[in-house]
Structures are given as structure tokens and as C-alpha cells.
Design a protein around this ligand. Structure first.
Ligand code: NI
Length: 421
């Protein structure tokens, strides 16, 4: 199942490998060796780094640097290479760093079936370890450059975006470790609110159906998960980089904790604008690099004792991990032979669905007056959704092209206007 589910997505295969293998660990009823825990962590940190770098440098920084109203044909990484070749090159190399760490561990960049129930297939090689050590300083430099740039843009020109790109109160959900620190792989689930209160703590993924509901709407392929005690749609919550930084007490590494404090100071407490997902992604890249640096010096990552063996010992199991875009659940039921009988996946992007819809409404209400759809609205709607860095290949059943189609509907249901891209 780990090998199959990884193929759901070419962008976040490692996340599915992890959630699936953790579910498999429970079906085998094994405790994975310490070396396997560290090696899995290292791969997830590399995956978060490469995915966040893709989101920031390739997909979003053209919006930031070329402007929302610039030609869509130029608002991409090629336009960025023309406008700011040094930044584009550094961003491409940062993503390549994360991808190569994944390759050094799993022997392939994507769909590496290296994480398996019980642990991982093989340790890191000494040559791989040295490559990581050598490339870390440049990666740190790049994320610091991007953090400086983004903070400058926040100060100079993004006040409107801060106020309308998903600025509203919701709950936040994410994993934290036993000390309440930022967690990307294990730990327990915590919900906080927009005042910073802990709503509920120490939740176990096995009980997800008690605190998460999954609504469906006829007009979307994407499910609408919600916090069950508040009902649908009042139980709106956000997951992913911003949520993880909001739910944790601290990150647990020096540089990232300094940046987290600055984010909280700038936001005046809890960061409630989804525009700050971009900022949170950069802070998480820094946290990932710091944690990779700690792990790469740990002798366990070279240890061949990295896989526990076992048989089918449990027929129903839930695994959870943090994907780049947020918390990912896999739930399997198997028969006595270990054959799958029932599967449910709760994908990070789905959990942000209510918030993404609310963001589109907020942007539309700000820019649309009467029945005209102003120039540049499509770009802003797209950029509002892009704050969440949705992975639609993971979370929907859509096939083929995904055109942007915006309909303006009156209160009585009449279609007032529409635009396509
Ligand atoms: Ni994905």
C-alpha cells in the first residue's frame, strides 16, 4: 500500500509513503527501530523543504515580484528568471537540495518505495551524508535571503493582501510533540483557536472520526472536513505551515524559533491571515534545514538496523503524519491475510477546503462591486487559493485540465457575469 499510495501524487509522494507506512507499522504491531525513525524524519524534512521551495520560488514569488496584474504568460518561474536570475537560481537549487536528499536516502527522486511498514529499506550512505553536509550552508543562505525578501515585501506593499487573502478566525490543527513543540512526523494532534487558546490537546489519530467530520457538496470533488464538535461548516479549521506554527508552543531549533517569534510579534499574536502561509513556509524550511543538520551528525542515520519485521497483527489502523500542506491521515482495514478491505484518506488540501472557499469569497467581496468583474480578479483569486499551496492531484478526482472559471451569482441565483481562463 505504501508503494501504491505514493503514486497518488508526484508532488508529495513521501507524505503518502509515511502515512501509509505508519498505518502499516500498526497493522504489523511493530515498534520501528530508532534508526528508521530518524531516517524517515530526514526524508520528510527534505520533502517539506523541496515542496515549500517549489511553492515559494516557482509558483508564488512571480506574483510577489512581477505583480498580480502582470501578464499571466510571464508570471511564472521563467518570468522570474528574467526579472531576478539570482533569486530564481537559488530557489531552484534549494528545491534540488531537498529532492537530492530524498534521492540519496531512497535512491529515487520521486516514488521511492523506501519507507516501508516496519521502518525503511536501507540507511544513508557515508557519501550521501557528506553530500548533505556540503550543501547545507548554501541552503541556509537561500532561505535567509527569501525570508529577508518576504519580510521586506510585507512591510512595503502587502497590507491589502494581509487583510483580504484569508484573514478570518478559524481553528488550527497540527501535530505537536510531547513538549508542545512543532512536529512533522509523529506526536499527537492539537487544535487551537485564533486567540491562541488550546481547544483540545493530545488527540490520537485512531479516534479521528470522533473529532473530524467529512462533509460533501454536490458542486465539488473535494471533501470538506470540519471539527466535529462545532458542526458543519462552523467547525472550519486550517492545517499546514501556518497552522503548525500557530498550534506549537515553539519549534525547537534556534533560528526557526527566532523567526517564529518575529512572525508572532508582527501578527500581534496568532497569525490569522492566510497570506502568511508563505511566510510560515519559509520559517518551516529553516526549521527543516536545522533539523536535517542535527540528524546528519547522528550515527544512527548510517545504521543498517532500520527495519522491524512482523505479520498481520491488527486489522484496523490509522496512520498520521504532517505533509507539506498539512496533516495527512490514512485509515486501512485489512483481512486476516493483510488484504485491504477498506481505505479512507483525509488529505491536507481537503482540510483547507472551507478556508479556501472563504478566502475566495473574501477577495471577491473586496474587489467586486455591482455586476462587473474587474481586471486582475482571476489572478487574485488564484493567488488567494495559492496561499494554501493546494495539491489537487492528492485531494480530488479531477482529470485533464483545470481551467479557472469564475461566475458572479446574484442573491436570487441569477448569473450576473462570468470569466474563464
Ligand atoms: Ni500531493
Amino acid at each position: 500500500m505504501a508503494g501504491i499510495t505514493a503514486r497518488i501524487c508526484g508532488i508529495c509522494p513521501v507524505s503518502h509513503l509515511l502515512a501509509s507506512a505508519k498505518t502499516g507499522d500498526k497493522i504489523l504491531a511493530v515498534k520501528i527501530p530508532p534508526a528508521a525513525d530518524k531516517l524517515r524524519r530526514m526524508m520528510n524534512l527534505a520533502q517539506i523543504t523541496q515542496s515549500h521551495a517549489l511553492s515559494f520560488f516557482h509558483l508564488s514569488s512571480p506574483d510577489f515580484l512581477l505583480g498580480w496584474d502582470s501578464d499571466p504568460a510571464k508570471r511564472n518561474v521563467f518570468g522570474l528568471i528574467e526579472a531576478n536570475p539570482d533569486l530564481a537560481r537559488a530557489g531552484i537549487r534549494l528545491r534540488q537540495f531537498g529532492q537530492t536528499v530524498i534521492e540519496k536516502l531512497g535512491t529515487r527522486k520521486i516514488h521511492a518505495a523506501w519507507i516501508v511498514p516496519g521502518g525503511v529499506r536501507s540507511p544513508l550512505s557515508e557519501a550521501g551524508r557528506q553530500w548533505i553536509v556540503e550543501r547545507l550552508p548554501e541552503s541556509f543562505e537561500t532561505v535567509q535571503l527569501a525570508l529577508g525578501l518576504f519580510k521586506h515585501l510585507l512591510d512595503e506593499q502587502f497590507q491589502a493582501e494581509m487583510n483580504i487573502f484569508g484573514e478570518f478566525p478559524t481553528l488550527y490543527m497540527g501535530l505537536v510533540n510531547g513538549n508542545g513543540e512543532w512536529e512533522h512526523y509523529d506526536g499527537s494532534l492539537r487544535f487551537t483557536d485564533s486567540q491562541g487558546n488550546i481547544v483540545v490537546d493530545g488527540l490520537n489519530e485512531d479516534d479521528y472520526h470522533r473529532f473530524l467530520g467529512e462533509a460533501v457538496e454536490p458542486w465539488s470533488y473535494l471533501k470538506f472536513p470540519y471539527y466535529q464538535p462545532l458542526g458543519y461548516p462552523d467547525g472550519i479549521y486550517r492545517v499546514g505551515p501556518l497552522a503548525r506554527l500557530n498550534v506549537c508552543d515553539r519549534i525547537g531549533t534556534e533560528g526557526a524559533d527566532r523567526e517564529l517569534q518575529e512572525l508572532r510579534d508582527r501578527a500581534g499574536g496568532v497569525a490569522t491571515s492566510s497570506f502568511l502561509y508563505h511566510y510560515a513556509r519559509l520559517i518551516e524550511i529553516l526549521a527543516c534545514l536545522e533539523k536535517i543538520q542535527e540528524l546528519v551528525d547522528d550515527p544512527d542515520v548510517l545504521s543498517p538496523r532500520c527495519r522491524a519485521q512482523g505479520g498481520v497483527n491488527q486489522l484496523n489502523a490509522v496512520g498520521v503524519s504532517e505533509a507539506p500542506r498539512g496533516t495527512l491521515f490514512h485509515h486501512y482495514q485489512v483481512d486476516e491475510n493483510g488484504l485491504l478491505e477498506k481505505v479512507n484518506l483525509i488529505i491536507a488540501t481537503g482540510q483547507n477546503n472551507l478556508a479556501m472557499n472563504k478566502t475566495v469569497a473574501q477577495i471577491a467581496k473586496h474587489y467586486i462591486h455591482g455586476s462587473e468583474i474587474p481586471e486582475g480578479l482571476l489572478n487574485r483569486v488564484e493567488a488567494g487559493i495559492r496561499c494554501y499551496d493546494p495539491c489537487l492531484s492528492c485531494s480530488t478526482h479531477a482529470a485533464g485540465q483545470m481551467p479557472l472559471h469564475l461566475q458572479l451569482v446574484a442573491a436570487d441565483g441569477r448569473l450576473l457575469n462570468e470569466v474563464y481562463r
